[in-house]
Design a protein around this ligand. Structure first.
Ligand code: ADP
Ligand code: ADP
Ligand code: MG
Length: 472
């Protein structure tokens, strides 16, 4: 078993990994930019080392991180999600320096990180893919030709894209002409690659993804699916396991497809195979994420498997602790991403000091977060600062419990997505368990909730009224 792990990340996921290490008797090493000096992951790990004054560069510096792992006597490195988690160079550098990278091999990361390569690999395994490009697009003419062939609307996508960026829907040839250069420029800026490809837009799309685990002894299993259809601008907002939209037969079918997909590329460690389900309930492979996913806790809640521990065991060369038959699912789990954003103000980031934080709890409630009273959320990073995960045996019960937990939790001093989540949760469409990825776009009224004003807001309002009255 690995003995000491460097966590090459920050925020809630670094805390999550440190917790797994603590339970396994593994020493954890945190890294932090100076802006993160008071971040929770620094306090939760056994050791912590500064990466210097740069806010982001340190977390993206492969050599520095691997050197630090070696210098501090680590034998493993966990990349979390985001940052370098899908960068094959980190996996390679670890391998060169004798550090176990907790994830798949560099070659698989590289291959699946290229979405057109991934499509080719899946097609070769007989897995249905969305109709569209075989390789990257050579130019606008090819894009127009292909779009005419598969039919509009189409999705134009960055080949190396992620995090919902570098994706644009084009409803007709004009839109494709307009967006073509734009996506290329976005892709070059965000991902350092100008390659793009095109897919048919799947009608009434439901995002269904399957969690898989594979050890280095030939065992590959799936841990059922998650429904991530509640998205805003192609970014997940709420995730559910299992999908309330699938029958058991469909569940079994995509579970098998995902295992086949993983086997096709000799996948190792934890990964996720993402599919879209169309209006006629056909499934299409969309992409594979070669890392731990933000929403992994909902799968943990319904299966009882600790995915991070399993990742560490696999990286240590151990055999999976479960066979497929031993993976049972129970109940429903929903995860709400608590982002430091103002839903009423076009979800603009709302960073700053958390004046008060009240935790929620009770049966079936878990929070994975990086916030505490007095913590100042730095403006340099992702706005997601906590996740609320709620589990119950029945769908109706998980809805009630989630409502209770969302009312229970208190994050003051900044704006968050909590009140917006409550509105979504209370909507008849969400409660019916049937929704697609257009849900957020089709329900603009859900941001019209009333906010209970904080003392500070009230004080400011009184001050303003007084000033007006007195003619100051
Ligand atoms: P998940 O599929 O696990 O929900 P997300 O798409 O929400 O993952 O991404 C998780 C985090 O990683 C987000 O902060 C996102 O911005 C970031 N991220 C994901 N993929 C990339 C990428 N290719 N490049 C840069 N950041 C990424
Ligand atoms: P990322 O790497 O950023 O996660 P994905 O390829 O997984 O990008 O797509 C992100 C989201 O965009 C999906 O969850 C889905 O909502 C939407 N999407 C992507 N491709 C299509 C498509 N062909 N048809 C309809 N929606 C799509
Ligand atoms: Mg995706």
């Amino acid at each position: 078993m690995l003995k000491k792990i460097l966590i090459a990340n920050r925020g809630e996921i670094a805390v999550r990994i440190a917790r797994a290490c603590a339970e396994m008797g593994i020493t954890s090493v945190a890294v932090y930019a100076e802006a993160d000096r008071y971040a929770l992951h620094v306090k939760k790990a056994d050791e912590a080392y500064s990466l210097g004054p740069d806010t982001v560069a340190g977390y993206l510096n492969v050599h520095r991180l691997v050197n630090l792992a070696v210098a501090t006597g680590c034998d493993g490195l966990h990349p979390g999600y985001g940052f370098l988690s899908e960068n094959p160079e980190l996996a390679e550098a670890c391998a060169r320096r004798g550090i176990r990278f907790i994830g798949p091999d560099a070659e698989v990361i590289r291959r699946m990180g290229d979405k057109t390569e991934a499509r080719k690999a899946m097609q070769a395994a007989g897995i249905p893919i969305t109709p569209g490009s075989v390789g990257n697009l050579a130019g606008l003419d090819e894009a127009l030709e292909l779009a005419a062939e598969v039919g509009y609307p189409v999705m134009l996508k960055a080949t190396s894209g992620g995090g919902g960026r570098g994706i644009r829907r084009c409803d007709d040839a004009d839109a494709l002409r307009r967006n073509y250069e734009r996506v290329i420029s976005e892709a070059s800026k965000a991902f350092g690659s100008a390659e793009v490809f095109l897919e048919k837009y799947i009608a009434s799309p439901r995002h269904i993804e399957v969690q898989i685990l594979a050890d280095n002894q030939g065992n590959t299993i799936h841990l059922f699916e998650r429904d991530c259809s509640i998205q805003r601008r192609h970014q997940k907002l709420i995730e559910i396991a299992p999908s309330p939209q699938l029958s058991d037969a469909q569940r079994e079918y995509i579970g098998e497809l995902a295992v086949r997909a993983a086997r096709q590329v000799n996948y190792l460690n934890a990964g996720t195979v993402e599919f879209l389900m169309d209006a006629d309930e056909n499934f299409y492979f969309m992409e594979m994420n070669t890392r731990l996913q933000v929403e992994h806790p909902v799968t943990e809640a319904i299966t009882g498997v600790d995915i991070v521990k399993e990742q560490i065991r696999i990286a240590s060369g151990l055999k999976l602790r479960y066979t497929q038959d031993e993976i049972q699912r129970r109940g429903f789990a929903i995860e709400f991403r608590i982002n430091a954003e103002d839903p009423k103000n076009d979800f603009l980031p709302s960073f700053g000091r958390i004046s008060r934080y009240f935790a929620t709890g009770g049966p079936g409630v878990r929070t994975d977060g990086a916030i505490y009273t007095g913590y100042e959320i730095p403006p340099y990073y992702d706005s997601m600062c906590a996740k609320l995960i709620v589990w119950a045996l029945e769908w109706d019960e998980v809805l009630d419990r989630a409502e209770r937990a969302l009312q229970d939790i208190g994050v003051y001093g900044i704006r968050t997505t909590i009140p917006y989540h409550l509105e979504i949760l209370r909507s008849a469409e969400f409660q019916s368990g049937k929704f697609n990825t257009s849900f957020v776009e089709h329900h603009p009224e859900l941001v019209n909730y009333s906010v209970k004003r904080s003392n500070r807001d009230v004080a400011a309002a009184i001050g303003a009224a007084l000033a007006a009255h007195m003619g100051w």
